[in-house]
Each structure stands twice: as C-alpha cells, then as structure tokens.
Design a binder for this molecule. Structure first.
Ligand code: C2O
Ligand code: CU
Ligand code: CU
Length: 506
C-alpha cells in the first residue's frame, strides 16, 4: 500500500514569482523588519515522502541529486537535495515501526545520510563510515524505539559535511507515538503543525551560493546574511489556525539564533531535540544552537501580522574579536499573517508527557571531554591546515585530538548510563552532539539547567568557559566494529576535526 498524501511530490522549492520589492530587499545584507516591505514568497511545507507501508514495516527511497533552485527571482542556484533540488522530503514514522530507507547517490562524489537524533545500530547510523559512493545505494534499516520527536537527516561525509549540508543535503523527519497523539495540541501537518527549518546562506551575483571565502568562515563556521525557512528566503506564512505548532530546526552550518517575535509576544516551548517536555515553558526569546530543535506553540488569535526574528548578538558572532566581522545583524526569519486564521480547536496545554526519572540510575562511567582551539595551528596551517583536520592536528580538538577514522575514543557498555562532562576552554560556543542517544542535561556550571533543557536532548550548547554535564543512556545496540560519532555541530568545526568516535559493546 502506498501512503498517499496530497502534498507528496509537490515540488516544494519550485519557487514562486518574487515581486521587485522582494529583490530590493535582498540587496541589503540584512532584511530589517517592516510589513511595508513584506515578502511575497510563500512559506512552503516540505512534501511528505511517499513510503510503502506493510504493517509495521515502512520503506522509503531517497535520491541524492544535483539540481538548480530559484531562491532569487530569475537566478538559479546550483544546489543538492534528496528527491528534489534542495533539502529533502519529510520522513514521517511511528514509534514501533521498522523502517527501511534505500538511499541512492546520483552525485559524482561520495556522500552519506545520517539520522540525527536516532537511537539505532551503529552500522545504520549513516556516519562517515557508511559512505555511499557515486551511483551506489545503501539501505538503512532500523526500528524506531524512541518517543515522538522532531529529528532530521543530513550528509555526514568525512571533511565534506559542512559543504554538502550547505548546498542542501538535509531533510526533516518526524517520529509520532501514541502518548503525543493523545495530547490536545495542533497536529494537522501543513495546516497547524509546521516544520520550520532555518538556514542562513550567502549568494554570489550570479545566484550561486557563496560558501567559504575567508578565514572567519572556517573559524566561526559559515554564516550567511540571508535567512531561509524550508528553502525559501524569509517567507510569508498565512496562518490557517489561531494556534500554530512550529517544529523549529536549526539546520544552519554554524549560526546560533536568538528567536523572538517582533512584538515580543510570549510563546510556549513544548519539545526539545528528543521529544516533548513534561510541561510547556513560556518564553519571549529562545536561543538555538546549530542542530537543536524546539517545538513551539504560537498563539495568533489576535489575528495580527507578526515576524519571527533572529535577534542581534546570538552565538559566536557576538564574541569579542569576532563581533566586528559583519555577521551580526537582526534577521526577519518568518512572516506570519494571521488575518484569516480560523479558531483553533486546541488550547495551550498545561502538562505534556511524563519523562522517566533517571535520578537513581547507576552510572557505568564518567567521561571528560575538553574542548579546545589551538590558534597557533590554525593560523599557521591556514585554510589547508584547518580543512585537512585528521592526522594533521588542525585547530579544533576534543581532549587534545582531532578526528581520526581509525581511532576509537570511548568504549561504552550497552544498556547503561554514563555521565559526560564537557569543558569548553575555547573562546567560542560549541553545540556538542552525541550520536545514538537522547540525553538529559544535569548541570551547567554546577547549576541545574534551564527548564528548556529539562527534556531529551542530543545536542547541547557549551559556552566559552562553561562546564556542562549530561546523563546519557548508551542504548541497546552493541557492535564492537560499529562507530558512532560525537562532535561539535558547527559543521566547519566538525570537518576540521572536532569530532571523536565511540563504540558500544556488550
Ligand atoms: Cu547531525 Cu553527527 O550529526
Ligand atoms: Cu547525529
Ligand atoms: Cu565548535
């Protein structure tokens, strides 16, 4: 049986006609927020991938392909995508499903596809060891054994992750389960339940993406001055309901966002990387590092027009000497026009799910991960030194070492819990990600973390000088020869070597 959906195969990035006003906007490095100059490009919902379902088995196919995408009126941008010219379709699966995804690489370079946030056997993880050579295919098969959450998938190609993701190799994935389905929250996909994949890009005059062109692009990670949602520059969402659930995914290579609405309206955060929080957290501003996800509920029952913005000063662009590099502007990310919104049948809930109490679990191991940047190497080695990473000992290190495909840093025992302590001795923030787990943040600088970090996470931002402790289940899968990664999710840092490997054994 084919899972049919009207959105399926809609070419979600065949972009609409832009007004000339839209073009004028694009010529300034930062779009600054007024409805007078509101963009005409409409919000696009990622199409649902068609899966073939047979009971609990569901199979998908993905094609890694090259294409052209019209982000700018009349100018085509060479891009990469899964089943389309840019980004990929929504893979929607359920807890308890056995999924099988056949990925075929139509590029003439090697790629991979990693299931970020998924608990799965190491040989299905899609990391740098599961290469898909040009014209080859790879089948990823695993059971969904974790709660409902907003995940994503992306290229994880050794030394090429940043570039391949920048050109478009990322896509959304949602896990559903009964507990979350029972909640009185918006869940109609494309209507009041909407993926919001945020990315920043730079363009050359001919419309092509501008990638690494200068030293700060490597050191800070690539930041762009144009922001996109689901592959459309600062789009306009015509709200269909008065309560919206936005599944916000920071799929940017390196940019941190301080999200807020232009009228400072409060909104509720209901989920983090690995699933629902126990109860909503009401905020006016939400900070997000690369790879983090938060689901938010936005009440637009006043039927106004409102802009989701990225405020100045978020993340590394505001750090000391890096402040002056012209990367730190306010961004208008998503325009929401609720003028015609219909009353929502949902209210903002006061409780969500119950999360297991881990306060008394046995700790099998304590590990320390010291994060560092060796400026000398970085400057001396220049671009090639940093891009080389690997054995050469480039700039960004974990416990003094850069990534080595042949070195195993940690051996974990399956079905146990470990405490990992990240200490950041560098002047930058690093969003640290661990594969094959959803962890809880125990302490940040010795204090309890904010309620926003009280749920399941797979990526945690470690600020300069900070020490962050996480409590991490090691999962049920053992394979002495299967490598999982842990790394900084500033993708240029990852590619420069700020990554390690671990195995899980019996
Ligand atoms: Cu999102 Cu190791 O990656
Ligand atoms: Cu991952
Ligand atoms: Cu980093």
């Amino acid at each position: 049986m084919t899972v049919n959906d009207p959105l399926n195969r809609r070419h979600f990035l065949k972009t609409l006609g832009y007004s000339t006003a839209g073009l004028a906007l694009l010529s300034s490095p930062f779009i600054s927020g007024a409805w007078a100059a509101s963009p005409q490009r409409l919000f696009q919902v990622p199409p649902l991938a068609s899966g073939v379902r047979d009971g609990k088995n569901i199979s998908f196919s993905l094609n890694i392909q090259q294409g052209q995408t019209e982000f700018l009126n009349g100018r085509m941008t060479p891009t990469l995508g899964y089943n389309g010219s840019y980004l990929g379709p929504m893979l929607r699966v359920r807890r308890g499903d056995f999924i099988s995804i056949k990925t075929t690489n139509d590029l003439d370079v090697t790629s991979t596809v990693h299931w970020h946030g998924m608990i799965l056997p190491a040989n299905m993880d899609g990391g740098p060891h599961q290469m898909i050579k040009p014209k080859a295919s790879l089948v990823s098969k695993f059971e969904i054994i974790q709660p409902a959450a907003t995940l994503f998938y992306h290229s994880h190609t050794y030394h090429k992750t940043a570039e391949q993701v920048y050109f478009g190799l990322a896509g959304p994935l949602i896990i559903d389960d009964d507990e979350t389905d029972a909640l009185d929250i918006p869940r109609e996909y494309g209507v009041d339940d909407l993926p919001v994949i945020i990315q920043d890009r730079d363009f050359n005059d001919d419309g092509s993406f501008r990638y690494i062109t200068r030293m700060p692009d490597l050191m800070l990670g690539k930041h762009g001055s144009t922001v996109m949602v689901n592959g459309v520059i600062s789009p306009l969402l015509k709200a269909q309901k008065t309560l919206l659930r936005l599944r916000v995914t920071n799929a940017s290579n390196a940019r941190f966002y301080a999200l807020a609405f232009n009228d400072s309206r409060p909104f509720q955060v209901i989920a983090s990387d690995g699933g629902m929080l126990e109860k909503p957290v009401t905020v006016k501003q939400l900070n997000m590092g690369p790879a983090e996800r938060f689901e938010i509920l936005v009440d637009v029952s006043d039927r106004k027009q409102v802009i989701l913005q990225g405020l100045k000063g978020a993340g590394n662009v505001n750090h000391g000497p890096m402040r002056m590099m012209g990367l730190d502007g306010q961004m208008d990310i998503l325009f929401i026009d609720a003028t015609d919104a219909k009353p929502s049948e949902h209210k903002t809930p006061s409780r969500l799910v119950h999360l297991a109490d881990w306060s008394n679990v046995n700790i099998a191991e304590n590990r320390h991960l010291d994060l560092n940047m060796s400026m000398g190497n970085m400057m001396g080695g220049g671009m090639s030194g940093m891009m080389g990473g690997g054995q050469s000992g480039g700039g960004f290190t974990i416990n003094g070492a850069t990534m080595d495909m042949n070195r195993v840093d940690f051996r974990l025992k399956k079905n146990t819990y470990e405490i990992w302590t990240f200490t950041n001795n560098s002047p930058m923030l690093h969003p640290m990600h661990v594969h094959n787990t959803q962890f809880k943040v125990l302490f940040r600088n010795g204090r309890l973390p904010s309620p926003l970090e009280s749920g399941f996470k797979d990526t945690v931002v470690v600020g300069s000088g900070e020490t962050v402790k996480i409590l991490m289940p090691t999962g049920p899968y053992a394979d002495p020869n299967g490598y999982y990664m842990h790394h900084c999710h500033i993708l240029e840092h990852e590619d420069a070597g700020m990554m390690g490997q671990f195995v899980v054994v019996d």
